[in-house]
Design a protein around this ligand. Structure first.
Ligand code: NAD
Length: 262
């Protein structure tokens, strides 16, 4: 059998993807459904999450959930509905995040915006992961969690609520990977570069900073997400961060060398 033939075991594995109404979360959720995995699509936006589930490769495997994951009660409702729908969530992807607005610099960002960014990114990833892990541990079942962090976990973005939330998530990946590893639950990060999705205004001029010469698309993230999520492909991978950025992180104050006409 080819190594990549069956990355998931749909008889025993099921997924929950937050932020599944748009962008990277949607691409990953739809790709999981394409692999035959029953997947809960969670998002705050009813219209987009319904359409995302309906437009999945196999809509009968896509279960939409609508709620504001900044709210603890919505997280509890999501956990209960996911359990009712798929019994055991073995694969969890946290891609939900409020949009980034360039005006929200350190002197401007409101406390409400700060709080919402932290709650959706950090609080929800911790709360949902811990509760899902408790269920997996009780059932003696393996699991695989993937958090969407950012290159700005390590470099300023002029948006302190965003970069600090992502930095905290990057550490949470390591904390959870270390604690859950003995129970067969892997926790990793996917680090997108500049991806033209809903989260920020993607200026095509950014492409000149990207060695592979173009902005990313949500579909660029999905294959790597599935590879890291798969217990068959990535059984020995935990606490790691995978950049899918076309080489954007290599950019600094040195321009690439002049290769002449070569
Ligand atoms: N696009 C990029 O270039 C990029 C770069 C680095 C990191 N990321 C990260 O990847 C993830 C996805 O980014 P994207 O650009 O695809 O974003 P997006 O805005 O297209 O999608 C995010 C989704 O999260 C949902 N959401 C927002 N607040 C929510 C809440 N309170 N409860 C539930 N759902 C909520 C939105 O409705 C939306 O559907 C985010 O975590 C983002 O920070 C993206």
């Amino acid at each position: 059998m080819s190594l990549f033939d069956h990355p998931f075991d749909p008889a025993r594995e099921a997924a929950l993807v937050t932020g599944a109404g748009n962008g990277i979360g949607r691409a990953i959720a739809q790709a999981l459904v394409g692999e035959g995995v029953r997947t809960v699509f969670a998002d705050i936006n009813r219209d987009t999450v319904m359409v995302a589930a309906k437009n999945s490769p196999r809509p009968e495997l896509a279960i939409p959930f609508v709620g504001d994951l900044a709210q603890p009660a919505a997280r509890e409702a999501l956990l209960a509905e996911a359990q009712a729908a798929v019994r055991q969530v073995t694969h969890f992807v946290h891609a939900a995040s409020p949009p980034r607005r360039e005006a929200d610099h350190a002197l401007a960002v409101s406390l409400e915006t700060w709080e919402q960014m932290r709650a959706v990114n950090l609080d929800a990833s911790f709360h949902l992961s811990r509760e899902l892990a408790r269920k997996l541990i009780a059932a003696k079942s393996a699991g695989s969690f993937l958090f969407l962090t950012s290159l700005h976990a390590g470099t300023p973005r002029n948006l302190p609520h965003y970069s600090t939330a992502k930095a905290a998530m990057a550490m949470l990946v390591k904390e959870l990977a270390k604690t859950f590893g003995r129970h067969g639950i892997r926790v990793n990060a996917l680090v997108p570069g500049a991806i033209a999705a809903g989260g920020f205004a993607a200026d095509p001029a950014l492409a000149r900073h990207i060695p592979l010469g173009r902005l990313g698309r949500p579909e660029d993230l999905a294959p790597m997400a599935l590879a890291v999520l798969s217990n068959r492909i990535s059984a020995y991978v935990t606490g790691a961060a995978f950049a899918v950025d076309g080489g954007l992180a290599l950019t600094n104050w040195f321009e690439p060398p002049d290769l002449g006409e070569a």
